[in-house]
Design a protein around this ligand. Sequence first.
Ligand SMILES: C[S@@+](CC[C@H](N)C(=O)[O-])C[C@H]1O[C@@H](n2cnc3c(N)ncnc32)[C@H](O)[C@@H]1O
Length: 345
Amino acid sequence: MNILYNFTLILTGKMNGMARAVAFSQDDDLDAQLLHLKGADLKRALRVLEERDARQRDENQLHDAGRTVELVDKIEVLPDGMMMLHYDSYLAHQRYYDDWKHADIPLLNFGNLRYHCFPSFDNDCLDQNQLVIQQQKSLGKGGLCWDAAFVLAEHLMMTHRQWYPLTYHPNILELGAGTGLSGLALAKFLPCNVTITDLPELLNLMQQNVTQNFGFSVHKEEEKKTEEYQPTHHLVPAFGTAHAKVLRWGVKEDYPPVLENPLDVIIGADIVATIYDAPALMETIYDLAGPSTKIYLSYNGRMEAMFDELLVQVKNRFATVRNIQPFSRNRNPKVFIIELSGKIQ
Ligand SMILES: C[S@@+](CC[C@H](N)C(=O)[O-])C[C@H]1O[C@@H](n2cnc3c(N)ncnc32)[C@H](O)[C@@H]1O
């Protein structure tokens, strides 16, 4: 009964999402069609969407070339020549919702996270405790920060009173972390132990982002004395700790020992997508979750067909499934969050 009720909520949420999406783009009837497509037809439709995004990107670049400088992203060039885009600028100039827009900029500065969530304090140390995430386009989708990752991070920070246990530091695991943005944001912001995980090819990037932002909390004293050790972006120690590990969905030897260290929260940003293996993802989440684990997955509403598949996988595994309208400064109208809890044994 409970499950049926919650599925109704999700379907209502999806309909709202679709209705709003239609208002934002003339082409979104294509998104609606995705609901009914499967297999090769779905892949073809997704390719069409990608091509459409690429066209829109080109058109916008041409368009912006003739505009005032206000529309140009504020990009800082660091002493080592690296380009860094500030998230405030990212938001101010987000003229349409294209996750690839910033793919060529290697560093994204999410800013001082405590300040964003609670502007009333910490505003005397804005330059401190920033989260700077390195992107690596050559690694494909996992090498970039997606809107769904910013949305998940901000939502969980802003609503932490609803899920954060006050009496101890929770263990948080991020699946399909890519750059690690969502998990690392939580570890910067809250006292907690975060493990970001992904496929082996993403390990170096994840580790770099951990080192850049949490140098002292993850490195041994001897390493800190070496010449290569150059933590740059953690001027104030983070509130939590962060580690990066390989975890391939469905591969049990990659799983962390949850019997000794039960997971309080499992998160995943933009990993609910047609191109990924939904059964393996759900199996992993189910295996790793305990009776009181909460799971938060952000997804881009464009991938409706995959979402339907996910609902099939969730059935009989979790008692409560909620579709949440996120709290975030990132207003991408297609990003939603699914909350799962109450693992059915
Ligand atoms: C669209 S990216 C999202 C990255 C990041 N969470 C974000 O939102 O910025 C999807 C991620 O899922 C990871 N992924 C896909 N299949 C996986 C699998 N079978 N096991 C582990 N990770 C996987 C990819 O490597 C990639 O990093």
